[in-house]
Design a protein around this ligand. Structure first.
Ligand code: HPA
Length: 247
């Protein structure tokens, strides 16, 4: 049986349904994770939870110590991670408040430390990353959504940008030509670091705005927050079913 952790993104600093049993301030060989790890029980299943951007939310996407976050889960014996992220919608069916379980990604980030295998190597390590997200975990999320009657996109390509600023229209047009359906700032290097540690990892992404140029609207924090508020209930319902299925 998997040992599951959830990484909360923008709008998910705490899991409201998690009955917290322990809070662990941990340290790793790469430094401290974004916050203390909450260990709790939800629908009878033990879950570990970490807010990616800290608590309170103060750590920008390019400043997250992704290695410490992933290592801290590995050190606690975690075998599977569901990562929540807020994203912008590029393809016409990626409408605000839709949940997407991406199956591919393109990494446009730069300057982020993206491997555990850098120094003091005995040999060079190249992980397979053909399918960047775990099919096992993706299928669990898709099944949970179907059971809950929540309409999701069960695949899509996640373009990972550097941020913290949002994109220009030309950048989004380029991402669209490249085949990206959604755009966000956090799935890399999280996904590849998880793969390096052999942890099953998948994203449950919530569309919180149309990407730049997809509407005439300027993207404001008010729009993002309103969609986060509206969409997060579905994310929580889906996770609740996922956990019940794990028993
Ligand atoms: N672009 C990049 N990251 C995002 C967006 C966006 O439009 N919305 C939420 N995260």
């Amino acid at each position: 049986m998997s040992k599951l952790a959830i990484i909360g993104g923008t709008g998910l600093i705490k899991l409201p349904n998690l009955n917290i049993i322990d809070t662990r301030e941990v340290d790793t060989k790469w430094g401290k994770p974004s916050a203390a790890i909450s260990v709790g029980e939800w629908n009878g299943k033990e879950v570990l939870f970490l807010p990616r951007h800290g608590n309170p939310h103060t750590i920008l996407p390019h400043k997250v110590n992704y290695r410490a976050n992933l290592q801290s889960f590995y050190d606690q014996g975690i075998t599977e991670i569901v990562a929540i992220n807020a994203v912008g919608g590029i393809s016409s069916d990626m409408t605000p408040c839709r949940i997407v379980i991406p199956d591919q990604l393109i990494d446009y980030t730069h300057g982020r430390i993206d491997t555990f295998y850098e120094d003091n190597l005995k040999e060079v390590v190249h992980i397979d990353f053909t399918a960047p997200y775990s099919e096992t975990t993706r299928n669990k999320l898709i099944n949970a959504a179907n059971q809950s009657g929540i309409s999701i996109a069960d695949k899509g390509t996640y373009g990972v940008t550097q941020g913290p600023r949002l994109e220009t229209v030309a950048e989004i047009n380029r991402l669209e030509k490249d085949g990206c359906d959604i755009v966000g700032m956090t799935s890399m290097p999280e996904a590849s670091l998880a793969r390096e540690l052999h942890i099953d990892y998948a994203c449950c992404s919530l569309v919180v705005n149309w990407a730049a140029g997809k509407t005439d609207e300027i993207i404001t924090m008010e729009i993002i927050e309103a969609n986060l508020k509206q969409g997060m209930d579905n994310i929580l319902s889906l996770l609740g079913v996922l956990l019940t299925n794990e028993l």
